[in-house]
Design a protein around this ligand. Sequence first.
Ligand code: ZN
Length: 365
Amino acid sequence: MTTGFFWDERCFWHGGGNYAGMLPVGGLVQPLDGGLPENPETKRRLKNLIEVTGLAQALVLRGAPPASQTDLLRVHPASYLDEFKALSDAGGGELGRRTPFGPGGYELAAQSAGLAKAALHAVLQGEMTNAYSLSRPPGHHCLPDFPNGFCLLNNIGIAIEAARAAGLAKRFAVLDWDVHHGNGTEAVFYDRSDVLTVSLHQDRNYPMDTGAFQDRGNGAGAGFNLNIPLPPGTGHTGYLAAMNRLAIPAIRSFAPDVLIIACGFDAAANDPLGRMLATADTFTQMTRQVMDLADDVCAGRLVMVHEGGYSETYVPFCGHSVLQEMSGSQISAPDPFAEVFPLRQPDARFDAFLDGILSDMAAAL
Ligand code: ZN
């Protein structure tokens, strides 16, 4: 078994400008060290942690060229790309909602998409069993012509369309377990029957007006989008139940050629932008679930593309857990919160409440 890890130092150079968390600095809002929650630290520290433990040596570390203009045009209109490139060349700015970028932001975003593209290619070509792309900036919120939620290009959409153009696969399933709705990926493929998009997310977190269970796709794509909105406070057993009861059966019946995970870590118990209670072990178990599923339906072909996750202390450990499971390594990074977060899980009353929500969704499918 070979597990690829695609990364590029320049992905850590993307910058968001003068922010204090989600707030632009000004008036009484003072500058904050690190600026936007989407800053390099969470991702860089994941890379650092796998080097410190030695897990990096059990992986195949690779770089990749940036996605080409042809790659980007399969998902994004030329009008958007031209505007993005011009503003990037002019020193940066903002074209959507909460997606500030600095000089060279266009090239850095293309680099991020290029890593996802290369990871998917490597797995589909049989070079690797599975692969992880440490993409940054993230991609799952980006619509074809509207960047939002820190996402400037739709990395997974670009990777899928490049793989299809190369004749490497025909049917793709995307499972998004970032705590926020994968509205961009949903939009790219909403009227398509050859790409199944499934999103597990905190109900009405971000965006607040998308991610409803009723949104099942359009036209030929009807039935090929599945949103699984979960109530705030969903924890370890709730996530595994939502996977078992809804996400996994949907993907199993779709029978994709490859399974792609939009892998955010912001469902973790101390994430500043989520209100969920997942732990590093939750991510280990969900990784096990999707590996077993991929073994059953697509010869183990599994690609994870990094999305959100804003705890600088916890994302590295959650990511390490995923990579350890993907690679089957014995090298672990023990969860420093292992004595705390399992005690903060929802009680039986919440589990019963969630069970009712999941049952209603399952009955409506
Ligand atoms: Zn997120």
